[in-house]
Design a binder for this molecule. Sequence first.
Ligand SMILES: CC(C)(COP(=O)(O)OP(=O)(O)OC[C@H]1O[C@@H](n2cnc3c(N)ncnc32)[C@H](O)[C@@H]1OP(=O)(O)O)[C@@H](O)C(=O)NCCC(=O)NCCS
Length: 166
Amino acid sequence: MSCSLRPVGRAHRARLEQLTRATGRFREEEVATAVELLDASLAGDDDYRFVGAFDGETLAGYACWGPTPGTEGTHDLYWIVVDRDRQGAGIGTLLLREVEGRLKADGCRLVVVETSSRADYTPTRAFYEHRGYARAATIPGYYAPGDDLVIYTKDLTDGDLAGAAS
Ligand SMILES: CC(C)(COP(=O)(O)OP(=O)(O)OC[C@H]1O[C@@H](n2cnc3c(N)ncnc32)[C@H](O)[C@@H]1OP(=O)(O)O)[C@@H](O)C(=O)NCCC(=O)NCCS
């Protein structure tokens, strides 16, 4: 599927909400958070950046990321979501590569992604693991009993995360 990457505008707000909900992966409060972050971004808050993948004029997926407070050059990938009917067609990979490319161009060092240990997130974890993300930490029972927080990271520095040899 050929998609083009463009900014997510106010006109795509309802579609972003709908496609996030339609994945069936997120609680209603999480869907609301995604929309709130878009609103913040559209209002000029540079802590939240969005890029959309468009199939023609239709928003097919999006990613949202931003600088991690209190760090130098670390960024959180807060959201990456692809329309349920368009998953597995390379759109998530396109979005992830775009985010990483922009971060590298800005001199960022580390990408952090938080996800869940639940069985229904197995394809999501595989998505990250096959794209260079390493499981850096797990917090047992973080989301709910038996539902751990899994933190993945990707080094954007070609192995120089610790800084130049001193
Ligand atoms: C995870 C997600 C962003 C990946 O985007 P995508 O466009 O489906 O992925 P791509 O087609 O680029 O890549 C396919 C790869 O992702 C994995 N994958 C994850 N979810 C998948 C799905 N629902 N359908 C098909 N492949 C999926 C496949 O295992 C495949 O791995 P491989 O190529 O290494 O063998 C997307 O499936 C999605 O929105 N899932 C639901 C929401 C979610 O879990 N978001 C992440 C929150 S932490």
